[in-house]
Design a protein around this ligand. Structure first.
Ligand SMILES: NC(=O)c1ccc[n+]([C@@H]2O[C@H](COP(=O)([O-])OP(=O)(O)OC[C@H]3O[C@@H](n4cnc5c(N)ncnc54)[C@H](OP(=O)(O)O)[C@@H]3O)[C@@H](O)[C@H]2O)c1
Length: 198
């Protein structure tokens, strides 16, 4: 049973960044999400956009424990008041903080969101967390950023597959493309795509 049926007041949005690991065409290439915790691109406008989207209105941000380990010392947790929910099989091994809670079931995000008075949950990965989320529900929206190189000499490594073999099928089957924006910054050409569940 889709838990969203009982949780119509909470909007779930999946946020996925996928980069083209090979130079060349936009489709039919290999799309990665990163595999060892490192950021393989740095696009300032994209970081600003993510922060704006997740802070106004204030949101719950659901993240896998592996991804959280990689970003927790880098995110601005003082000013923006986002509430971070970290999915792990062993929440008792961690100490909750004022703005961070460890959970073992994705369904707990609904109760936490209500308790925090928040109507939007962003599911920001990594791959295991998206898989868990999409196995339980069809998120209301997917914000997909597809990153390509405008500088072909730029090396991009680390291609944990995601978009190509997992997300693309889901989007084709269950979503309509609602918004497209072409963006450039430095060595990158990228597209902001927003899908609504059909
Ligand atoms: N391109 C992007 O948009 C993007 C976004 C986020 C992350 N990433 C990248 O993705 C990589 C990490 O992805 P990942 O798939 O390895 O890890 P992840 O999804 O970030 O975290 C996996 C962990 O989440 C917990 N977990 C997952 N499913 C669960 C479930 N059903 N119940 C309870 N706990 C569960 C487990 O934690 P425990 O081991 O503690 O039990 C598991 O080890 C990193 O390289 C990161 O940089 C990319």
């Amino acid at each position: 049973m889709d838990p969203r049926i009982y949780n119509v007041d909470i909007n779930i949005i999946a946020c996925v960044h996928s980069f083209n690991c090979l130079s060349g065409g936009e489709e039919g290439e290999e799309w990665g999400i990163g595999g060892s915790g490192e950021m393989v691109w740095h696009i300032k406008a994209d970081l600003t956009r993510f922060k704006t989207l997740t802070t106004a209105p204030r949101s719950v941000v659901c993240v896998g424990r592996v991804t959280w380990d990689g970003i927790k010392d880098r995110v601005d947790r003082k000013g923006d008041k986002r509430f971070w929910v970290v999915l792990t099989r062993t929440p008792s091994a961690y100490s909750n903080e004022e703005d961070v809670e460890y959970i073992s079931s994705f369904n707990d995000v609904y109760d936490i969101s209500r308790r925090e008075g928040v109507g939007v949950v962003w599911v920001i990965g990594g791959r295991k967390v998206w898989k868990e989320c999409f196995s339980l529900i069809t998120p209301d929206k997917v914000f997909l950023t597809k990153i390509m190189r405008s500088d072909p000499t730029l090396e991009i490594h680390s291609k944990t597959d995601c978009y190509a073999t997992f997300m693309k099928d889901i989007l084709d089957r269950s979503y309509d493309l609602h918004f497209v924006e072409d963006m450039y910054e430095g060595a990158f050409y990228y597209k902001n795509l927003v899908y609504y569940s059909s």
